[in-house]
Design a binder for this molecule. Structure first.
Ligand code: HEM
Length: 396
C-alpha cells in the first residue's frame, strides 16, 4: 500500500474524448513536451508518450501482458489467452511456434500470391469514385490472412463484422451486437479446429494443431484463441495502414508524383506512414513492481498506457516529426509494430502488403483526391478509416 505522500501529482489527460481520438496529435505534443508521465482521466492509466519511455515495453520484469492491452480495463478472467496476453516463459514457446510461418523468409515466398490478390481487387474497380476501404483496403488483406490460415474467403463479410467487434471492444464497453459477433467468431473458429483435426489441410491452422509447445499440443481453447487473434491481427491493422496511406496521398499529391517517378522511395514512405499514423496507437500493460519515472511513482499492479502513436512524433527521436521525409535515415525505428518480446510477428507481411498496395495505386492512378466522404475510427487504440471515398484519375 502507498500512503498519500507517495502518490504522484500527475497531469491528467483526456485521451478518450471523440475529437482527441480522431485527432490526438496536439494532445500528444503537449504530453511529449510538458507531461512525459500523465494519467488518463477516464480509466486511470498511467500514460507514457516519449520514444525512450515507450521502449520500456520491452521490460518483462516490470510489465505483464496477461491482463491484456485494452486501455479500458483488464481482460475478463475465464477467456483463453492468446500470444499477446502471455508472459515469458510460456510466451517464448508460443512465439517459437509462430516465428517460422511469419518470418521474413516465409513472407517473401508469398509475394506473388499476395500481389495476385491485390491485383484482382484493383481490376474490379470500375468507377473513378469509390470507397477505397470497401474496394481494397479491407478485402485484400482479409483474403491474404484467410489463405494463410485456410479460412473460407467467402465469409469475408462475417470476418469484417467479427474483427470490428474485437477492435470496438478496445477502449470502450461492448455493445450487444459486438458481444454476439464475438460469440459467433469463437463458434466459427471452434468448427474450423474440429474440421482440421478430422481432416488436416496445408494451412497455418492445421500446422498449429499439430505443433507442440513444451512437449504438449495446444488445447482446442488455445487454438480458438489464436485463430481469433491471427484472423483479426492479420487484416484489421493492415486495412487501417492502407487507408491511412491513401489519406496521406490525398494530402500530399507531390509525394505521390515523386514516388511514381522514383519507386525506391516506397519502402521509406510506408515506414513514415506507420510512424505518423500508427494503426495501433496505444498498448497497455500491468506493472509487476513499482517504478519511479519522471519524478513520480508508478505502483505495482497499475495499468500503463504506452502511446505508440505519440512516440512516432517525438522530436528527440525524429527530426521534424510531423513531416513525411523520404530521406529519413531512422525511418524504420518507429514503434508502430510494438517493441520487445511482443514485437509484431506480422510486420514483414504488413510491409509486403503495403508496398504492393502502393505499387498498385501508382501503376493505375495518375492522381487520388479526397472527396470529403469519409469516416474515421473513433478510438484510442485503432487509427484508420471505416470509409474513405476517393476520386481517381486513371493513367492512360
Ligand atoms: C500494419 C499492420 C500491423 C500493425 C500496425 C501491427 C501492430 C502490432 C503491435 C503494435 C503488436 C504488439 C502488441 C503488444 O505489444 O501487445 C503486434 C503484435 C502481433 N501482431 Fe501485428 N500488426 C500488424 C499486422 C499484423 C499481421 C499482418 C499479422 C499476421 C497475422 C500480425 C500478427 C501479430 C502477432 C501474432 C502479434 C503478437 C506477437 C506477440 O505477442 O508475441 N500483425 N502487432
Amino acid at each position: 500500500m502507498h500512503d498519500k505522500t507517495e502518490k504522484p501529482a500527475l497531469k491528467t489527460v483526456e485521451l478518450f474524448d471523440d475529437d482527441v481520438q480522431r485527432n490526438p496529435f496536439s494532445t500528444y505534443s503537449a504530453l511529449l513536451s510538458n507531461a512525459p508521465l500523465a494519467m488518463d482521466s477516464r480509466y486511470g492509466n498511467y500514460v507514457l508518450t516519449r520514444y525512450e519511455d515507450v521502449r520500456m515495453l520491452a521490460d518483462n520484469v516490470w510489465l505483464s501482458a496477461t491482463d491484456g492491452v485494452d486501455p479500458a480495463g483488464r481482460f475478463p478472467p475465464g477467456t483463453y489467452p492468446d500470444i499477446e496476453r502471455t508472459d515469458p516463459p510460456r510466451h517464448r514457446r508460443l512465439r517459437a511456434l509462430l516465428l517460422k510461418p511469419f518470418s521474413a523468409r516465409t513472407t517473401a515466398t508469398w509475394h506473388d500470391d499476395v500481389r495476385k490478390i491485390f491485383d484482382e481487387y484493383f481490376e474490379r474497380i470500375e468507377t473513378d469514385r469509390f470507397d477505397v476501404v470497401d474496394a481494397i483496403c479491407y478485402p485484400a488483406p482479409a483474403d491474404v490472412i484467410c489463405s494463410i490460415m485456410g479460412f473460407p474467403a467467402e465469409r469475408r463479410a462475417d470476418y469484417r463484422r467479427w474483427s470490428r467487434a474485437l477492435m470496438n471492444r478496445l477502449g470502450q464497453s461492448l455493445s450487444d451486437d459486438d458481444r454476439n459477433a464475438l460469440i459467433e467468431m469463437a463458434r466459427f473458429m471452434r468448427e474450423q479446429v474440429v474440421e482440421r483435426r478430422a481432416k488436416p489441410t496445408p494451412d497455418l491452422l492445421s500446422s498449429l494443431i499439430e505443433a507442440e509447445v513444451d512437449g504438449e499440443q495446444l488445447s482446442d481453447d488455445e487454438l480458438v484463441a489464436h485463430g481469433v487473434f491471427l484472423l483479426a491481427a492479420g487484416h484489421e491493422t493492415t486495412t487501417n495502414l492502407l487507408s491511412s496511406i491513401v489519406f496521406l496521398f490525398t494530402k500530399h499529391p507531390e509525394l505521390y508524383a515523386r514516388l511514381y517517378a522514383d519507386r525506391d522511395g516506397i519502402e521509406t514512405f510506408v515506414e513514415e506512414a506507420l510512424r505518423l499514423e500508427a494503426p495501433i496507437q496505444s498498448i497497455c500493460r500491468t506493472t509487476l513492481e513499482e517504478r519511479d519515472i519522471h519524478g513520480s511513482r508508478i505502483p505495482e499492479d497499475a495499468r500503463v498506457l504506452f502511446s505508440l502513436g505519440a512516440s512516432g512524433r517525438d522530436s528527440a527521436q525524429f527530426t521534424e516529426p510531423d513531416d513525411i521525409d523520404l530521406e529519413r535515415r531512422n525511418c524504420a525505428r518507429h514503434l508502430a509494430f510494438g517493441y520487445g518480446s511482443h514485437l509484431c510477428l506480422g510486420a514483414p507481411l504488413a510491409r509486403l502488403e503495403a508496398r504492393l498496395f502502393v505499387e498498385g495505386l501508382l501503376d493505375r492512378f495518375a492522381s487520388i483526391r479526397a472527396t470529403g466522404d469519409e469516416e474515421r475510427w473513433t478510438s484510442t487504440v485503432v487509427r484508420g478509416f471505416h470509409h474513405l471515398v476517393v476520386h481517381v484519375e486513371r493513367r492512360q
